[in-house]
Design a protein around this ligand. Sequence first.
Ligand SMILES: NC(=O)c1ccc[n+]([C@@H]2O[C@H](COP(=O)([O-])OP(=O)(O)OC[C@H]3O[C@@H](n4cnc5c(N)ncnc54)[C@H](OP(=O)(O)O)[C@@H]3O)[C@@H](O)[C@H]2O)c1
Length: 258
Amino acid sequence: MSLEGKLALVTGGGRGIGRAIALKLASQGADIVINFFRRRDTAEQTAKEVQALGVKAEIIRANVGDPAKIDEMFGVIGDKFGHLDILISNAASGVGRPIMEVDVKAWEWTMDINTRACLLCSQRAARLMEGRGGKIVSLSSLGSFLVWPTYAVVGVSKAALEALTRYLAIELAPLGICVNTVAASFVETEALKFYFDEQLGKDKLPITPAGRMVTTEDVANVVAFLCSEEAFMIRGQTIIVDGGFSIYNPLSVLERKD
Ligand SMILES: NC(=O)c1ccc[n+]([C@@H]2O[C@H](COP(=O)([O-])OP(=O)(O)OC[C@H]3O[C@@H](n4cnc5c(N)ncnc54)[C@H](OP(=O)(O)O)[C@@H]3O)[C@@H](O)[C@H]2O)c1
């Protein structure tokens, strides 16, 4: 699957799952724009790793929770490249609280970064994809339909993201743009440490029926597939990458008594 000559923007591409996606797309020949917000160091390091794969890398600082900063970021991409082929809406944040403690600020912070940013980035990206088609992939999580402690507002933001994906997929289809979401289970990144390690304990993190945890590379592989022409007929879907975790029923391994 070659992405030679394509230009991809990965929001939050400096570390974690975003970094793995940036490297995977670069390994297939795409030039990469890495968006970051706070961690310039990791964005620069990832850009170096991308360049070492023989393609171009740019880094752009922008808080995707701020519409004006999204406009600025796409202004820079438009001026510098004049087009975009792939948008990976990966950046996420969130406030981990029990639902009775979720206030307006926590709600808006999380929804603005996790959901509204995908809408605004997709609108801007679609203009830069005009006449050449494109791919948009966002990152969701199992918390969109499973309930985790203190994950309420993030889970709701991801459920809205999945619904947004369906609308984008249909309304952008006439422009030749494919839109999908990849939802992963637990992946060992800083986000995971933030949400789960302290509350559940690292030893409590579930191994999947596949026998190990999902890695950043597992997620990046599926994202890259959705960016390929082979995935052209997949539209508006949430592809779950969880080693079978979300469908596993422990009772299914019990032996019958008779
Ligand atoms: N880890 C998991 O278990 C898991 C499971 C399912 C889904 N996901 C999803 O996968 C995606 C990546 O998760 P991750 O675990 O790799 O996260 P992470 O390690 O916490 O990294 C978050 C990334 O988002 C960027 N970011 C955060 N707020 C931003 C903002 N306002 N503007 C621009 N960039 C911002 C960060 O940029 P800086 O580096 O500049 O701070 C960083 O690159 C997220 O959408 C997450 O919800 C993760």
